[in-house]
Structures are given as C-alpha cells and as structure tokens.
Design a protein around this ligand. Structure first.
Ligand code: GLA
Length: 735
C-alpha cells in the first residue's frame, strides 16, 4: 500500500515511486498541515518539519500567537477569513453574507485504486500502473460543510493527484465562492516558475521566471483553457535544467477557467494553488448537495524538466487516455482545410482522396463547410445537416466513394457553437449564451450554445447522430472556435448564473462522454482554433488534439517543444502543409515538414493534386518513415535536446525505446551559419554500457556512454530549415 498512516504522529504518507507527499493533523486545532513533497525518505515521522515549536509557529498561547500560527502553518487546504492571509483555497458566502470558513480534520480512509470524479475527466488506475487513495474529510460545523480531499499516489510514477468534494451536510444553503483543487506550501521560495503561454497560432511557448515576493499567476477567464495560458505550471529549483535538478509540475485536468498561482510569503516560502478560477464563479450548495473540484496532477522530478515531462507522458498515455486508439498508430490523414478552405465539393474532395490514396494516405477528413449553407464562417453553425449544393448525392455517396478508394473518412463538427444566421438560432435564440437586454458580442461571426442545458445538448447530439449513422464515419474533429462573453443562461435562476462557466464545461464533457461511448470506433481529435484546449481534460475524451493552426515546420518546433512539457507526443496533432506556409509565409523543405510532423500524429493538410510533383513523389517515402518509427515515437521516452527559446539556430530531440534497444534522433538546422557547419550533439537516455550503431552506417559502433558524454557530429547541412534523422540500434556484439 503506497499510503500509510502513522497514528502516533497523526501523519499520512503517500509514496509515489520515489516521491513522498506527507500530511499531518497539526496540534492546536486539528488543522490539516502540509509536511513535505519531495524525494522519498525512510522516516516514519516527519512532523518536526512543521516547526511548531519555533517562533513564529507558536500555537495559541495567547490570541496574537494564534493568528500568527494560522498565518504561517503550512496548510493542505487553507480557508479564507480565519487569519491565514496567504491565498486561500476555499471561500464561501454564508446565508448571512459572511465569508469566513474553517475546515478541520474529521476523518480519513485509505483504499486501493482511485475513484472516478462524477462528470469530470480524471486519471485512473490500470493493472500496469496501479495506485492507492487517501481521502481526508474536513468539516466546518458552523457552515454545515464537509470537504473531502482526495489524494492518489501512483505506485510506479512520481505522481500524486488531488481533487476535492464539498458537501453541504447542514440544513441551510451555502454558496461556494472558491473551491480550488490543490494547495501546496513549500518550505522555500528558491524557485523559478515555468509556464506555457502564447496566443493563437503560437501556443504554449515556454517561459521561465524567478519567483519573487507577492503573487505570480497564470489563468484563463475565457471559458476554455486557452491559447494564452495552458493550465500547467512547474516550480523548478534555480539550478534545475533539462536533465537534472528538482522540479514540481502541476497540470489541471480541466478545460475551462483556471488559475495557477505561486505566492512568495513574508517568510520566503511558496504557496502554490491551482483550481477553477474564482472570477465570476459561485456555486449554490443546497443541503445534501455536493460539488466536485477537478483534478490536479502533481509530478515530482529529480531529473529536471525532462524527467518531469517523461512522467507526465507515461501517466497520460497509460492512465488518462482511453479508447480504441489509446495504444494504436493513428491513421495517416489528409485534411482539406488548408487545401480548399470553404471552397470544395464532392468532386474536389474525391479528386484529393484519389491522389492521396495512391500515395499511401489512409483517411480523408472533410473540414469546416459541409453543412447548412456554409460558404464562409458567417453562417450555419448549429445546422448539422448536409449542404447539398456542395455535396450532391449526400454524405453517404461521398463517404462510399472515399471508402472504395480504400480510405477511411472523417468529418469536422463545431458542436458548441451557433451562428446568428442559422435555422437553429432562428428557432431557439435563447439557446445562445447571453445576458438578456445586452448586445451579444460576436466572435468569428458566432455565438456559444448554452451547454448547461440538457435539451440543447440533446438536440445537437441528435443532429450529429443522424450524420454519424448515415455514413461510415471513422474520425471526428471536434472544434471550438471562440471564447465566452456575456455569460448568462436563460435556464438558470439569478443565484446560479455564476455557475454557468463550469456548467458549460460539464455539459461539454457530458456530450463527449456520450459520443465516445456510443461510437467507440470513432477516433476523436479535439481542436480549439488550433490549440486553445490542449489540456488533460480533453485528452480523457480524445487521444489526440490539434496542436496549433500554425503548421509551419519551424514555428512548430517551439509549439511542440512547449507542448511536450507535459503532453505526450502521441497526442499532438501535427500535419505537413503546403508552402509558402499560410500562417507565416515561410518556405521550408518538404522533408523538414515531414520530420516536424512525425513527432506527432502525422498527416497532410494540403491539396495533394496541386503541390509540386517532387513533393508528391516524396510522400510514400515519408509515410514509410513515419510507419517505421511511429511505435517508438508513441511509446518511447522523449528527450528534448535543443531549445529554440534559448538558441534559435537549431532544434533536436530524441525518442528512446523503454528497453533502450533503439533511439530515433531528429535534428533541424534552423538557420545555416558561416563557419559553423559542424556541431557536436550529445544524445540522452541510452544505456551507457551498451553499444549502438547507426542504421545508415552499421560499421560504426559507439557505446551509449560515448554517444551521451562525447556526442555525435552533425554536419553537411547546407541552407536554412534543413533536417535529418538518425536511427540508433543497440548492437548485439561490440566488435
Ligand atoms: C479552426 C481549426 C482549423 C479549421 C478551422 C475551420 O480554426 O483550428 O483547423 O478546422 O477552424 O473553420
């Protein structure tokens, strides 16, 4: 059992692989205190770390000291209003209008496995990767509330997950105004905080800043996890780098408004909190009702950022992603968006499919523009029936023709949206999220549907089902192209309007759950104007997410680098597109575009009937290369070698088989430079004792130790944006 309780010390220890997470019930009032998060140590009692006998940690000898105690004790789940002036994790508005609350230890239980979170995505136990759970229930008697903190320790991974269920056990209603999912009080402030920030088409750029007094946070109040800030943050000791040093990674399994914040306190400690953003949030809890806060995944690494990332990758590949494609190579698709935009018809799509099938591409994905009367982005969202003018003979005819070519067929939906110019909006104007009497802000000429309402979801789903049941559809791209404004629901009473942000996300999850259980054979790819919802919540429903609308191979180096901080490469939607690139106007070699896309799910996003003949000729070879290495990319350990945020002249990365029998090394020379035609790059993650040979030069054998400590020479690349890959195979004999 990886969770133990030391009754004498009133201390709980969660052991996750080589990591400990220790909690204690502190004397002086049964407060739940945080003792330690870090490398495992054998000691059964670590409560001395609470320093309860040292000034200023003196409990209640007099009133002043008591307040000091509350403001300095490391709390597991700090409440607002009782003397802890650091950021709180929990806040209420009681029926009398006051906000103070005070949760104290009541009981606990320890058990094998991990509970599901009702209506929410969450990691789970598997036979290969088991875990144990500790539930600690806290109570606030005057408020009539109980909060159960759920902690799970993964046996083979340095991962602790957390979530909270708050229950109204009293006889009065109570409004929750903040229910964060996690708080960790670190005993130091010597950290850098690394976050993933950006914008449309340049998502998840890694930024690392030193913590300082006060609060540093990233958040979203857009109704989606967002292009701007990913729900991820890592606290790294200053000397931690890619391969060494201590790092704590936090990722929120949620797709809506969030906050991640580090606060350096008066005593140079760090309080880190993560949860649903409390801006415009409240939740009315009637007696007997409960509220579940989404899960936070916490990863501990002593092998720097790389170690943290590999743990996240292992966890998500095994304990979060579900469905038929969990462990499978994904079909190589061709998507018509950048090929045609809205200007396509059956004939055009079939011509693309014909050429694509000859080259070895396995699936045609019909993107936006096939429904209602949609010829541009100004109409028809919500009218999920076929646009006969574009698809004469209907969808079935098109899909059958594509299937006859030996290809699968996939389709695009944007199920959460409604165009003002749509039959749906004319019939149900109140189904759009809005504040009555206020102008509704348009974005991309569309409004957002009120997914808190079951009848809205049911109606959209019944239209989707007709499409899915009417033809052989094997893939869906679920898009979401705008943020929420004027957040109001025609179906909620005034006192529940602030629940809409979260109810919206719950509605999206509910529909995705229905879709994936009714159509388990369909491969679902999430998308949100590119990568505005690249988060673990979405990964629970779809094994892959479109990384970014920016398909330029060089821009992708940064985007995929940042994304790999916590998300596995097997989940990154990545395609080869045409040049000059539609987003940045850059021209890159076709081979480099292939190598950049091979890191992810791989596919094409171009008009294959119109690209240069030499690019077309290169596709079968590119596909063969992808197929050869995909298992390694999907299942291996990922090592970042280059970092374009620090040195934009090159990028390099590696995938190493779990048994270290082979490695794929990829290198991109971003800019050719004079007098710098040769570089030495050290490999990572190999077996130092073993010998490896390059597949293209089998006569040259080098030890893993030499490859990692001395490196390999990279040279002979002439020009900008050139790439190469090298496959290393472990030699059976050293001679
Ligand atoms: C979003 C997606 C694109 C494409 C368009 C269609 O921007 O990210 O890939 O599907 O919508 O409108």
């Amino acid at each position: 059992m990886s969770v133990t309780y030391n009754e004498k010390a009133r201390q709980f220890r969660l052991r996750a692989n080589k990591t400990d997470y220790v909690i204690a019930v502190a004397p002086g009032g049964d407060y739940l205190a945080h003792v330690r998060f870090g490398s495992a140590v054998p000691d059964r009692d670590l409560t001395y770390l609470l320093r309860l006998d040292e000034n200023p940690f003196t409990p209640e000898t007099n009133d002043r000291d008591r307040a000091v105690y509350l403001d300095t004790l490391p709390f597991e789940y700090p409440c607002f209003g009782i003397g802890d002036y650091r950021e709180s994790a929990f806040k209420i508005s009681a029926p009398d209008g006051t906000s103070a609350c005070d949760l104290r230890y009541k009981s606990h239980k320890i058990y094998k496995g991990k509970p599901a979170l009702e209506g929410l995505p969450a990691t789970f136990a598997t036979e290969k990767s088991p875990c144990d759970t500790l539930e600690i229930t806290l109570e606030d008697k005057p408020a009539g509330l109980e909060a159960t903190l759920i902690y799970t320790a993964f046996e083979k991974l340095d991962v602790i997950t957390r979530s909270v269920i708050v229950k109204n056990v009293g006889d009065k209603p109570c409004t929750l105004t903040r229910v964060y999912s996690a708080c960790v009080d670190f005993d130091t402030a010597d950290f850098d905080m690394l976050t993933l920030n950006g914008s449309w088409a340049r998502e998840r750029a890694a930024e690392r800043c030193r913590l300082h007094h006060g609060k540093q946070s990233i958040d979203s109040i857009r109704g989606e996890s967002s292009h701007q800030n990913n729900p991820f943050a890592a606290l790294c000791e200053h000397k931690a780098d890619e391969d060494s040093g201590e790092v704590f990674g936090f990722n929120f399994v949620y797709s809506g408004n969030f906050i991640a914040q580090a606060e350096v306190t008066q005593h140079k400690k760090t309080r880190f909190v993560m949860g649903i953003n409390d801006t415009d949030f409240s939740w009315l809890l009637e007696p007997g009702e409960s509220f579940t806060a989404p899960e936070v995944v916490m990863v501990h690494s002593t092998e720097g950022l790389g170690g943290m990332s590999r743990t996240f990758h292992d966890l998500y590949r095994e304990n979060l992603i579900r469905g038929e494609y969990k462990d499978k190579r994904r079909p190589i698709l061709i998507n018509n968006w950048e090929a045609t935009y809205f200007d396509f018809n059956t004939e055009k799509l079939i011509s693309i499919a014909k050429e694509a099938s000859k080259l070895g591409i396995e699936m045609l994905v019909m993107d936006d523009g096939w429904f209602g009367h949609r010829d541009s982005d100004n109409s028809s969202l919500g009218d999920w029936f076929v646009y006969e003018k574009k698809l004469p003979g209907g969808l079935k005819h098109l899909v059958d023709e594509v299937n006859k070519l030996g290809m699968k067929f996939g389709i695009w939906f944007e199920p959460e949206m409604i165009s003002p110019d749509s039959e749906l909006f004319r019939a149900h104007p109140d189904w759009a999220i809005q504040v009555k009497g206020r102008p509704m802000t348009l974005c991309r000429e569309q409004y957002v549907l009120d997914y808190s309402r079951k009848e809205v979801r049911d109606h959209i789903y019944s239209m989707m089902r007709k499409i899915l049941d009417g033809a052989n559809i094997e893939y869906i791209k679920w898009d979401m192209n705008r943020q929420l404004t004027e957040v109001g629901s025609a179906a909620l009473p005034p006192e529940r309007q602030k629940e809409l942000w979260h109810r919206y996300v719950l509605g999206v999850y509910e529909l995705m759950e229905r879709l994936t259980s009714d159509y388990p054979h369909i491969l679902l790819e999430n998308c949100s104007g590119g990568g505005a919802r690249f988060d673990p919540g979405m990964l629970y429903y779809s094994p892959q997410i479109w990384c970014s609308d920016d398909t330029d191979a060089i821009e992708r180096l940064k985007i995929q680098y940042g994304t790999s901080m916590c998300y596995p490469c097997s989940a990154m939607g990545a395609h080869v597109s045409d040049c000059p690139n539609h987003t940045v106007g850059r021209s890159t070699p076709f081979a480099t575009r292939g190598h950049a896309a091979m890191v992810g799910t791989f596919g094409y996003e171009l008009d294959v009937t119109r690209i240069p003949q030499e690019d077309r000729d290169a596709i079968p070879g590119q596909i063969a290369e992808f197929n050869k290495y995909n298992a390694l990319v999907r299942t291996g350990d990922h090592y970042r070698i280059g970092n374009m945020f620090e040195d934009n002249t090159f990028d390099a990365w590696e995938f190493v088989a779990k048994d270290k029998s082979e490695a794929l090394f990829e290198f991109v020379q971003v800019l050719g430079r004079p007098n710098e035609r040769s570089r030495r790059i050290r490999l990572k993650g190999l077996d130092p004792e073993a010998y490896y040979f390059r597949e293209d030069k089998p006569e040259e054998k080098l030890s893993g130790a030499a490859l990692m400590n001395c490196g390999i020479n990279i040279g002979g690349l002439w020009g900008d944006f050139r790439s190469l890959i090298i496959h290393f195979i472990r030699a059976e004999h050293t001679d």
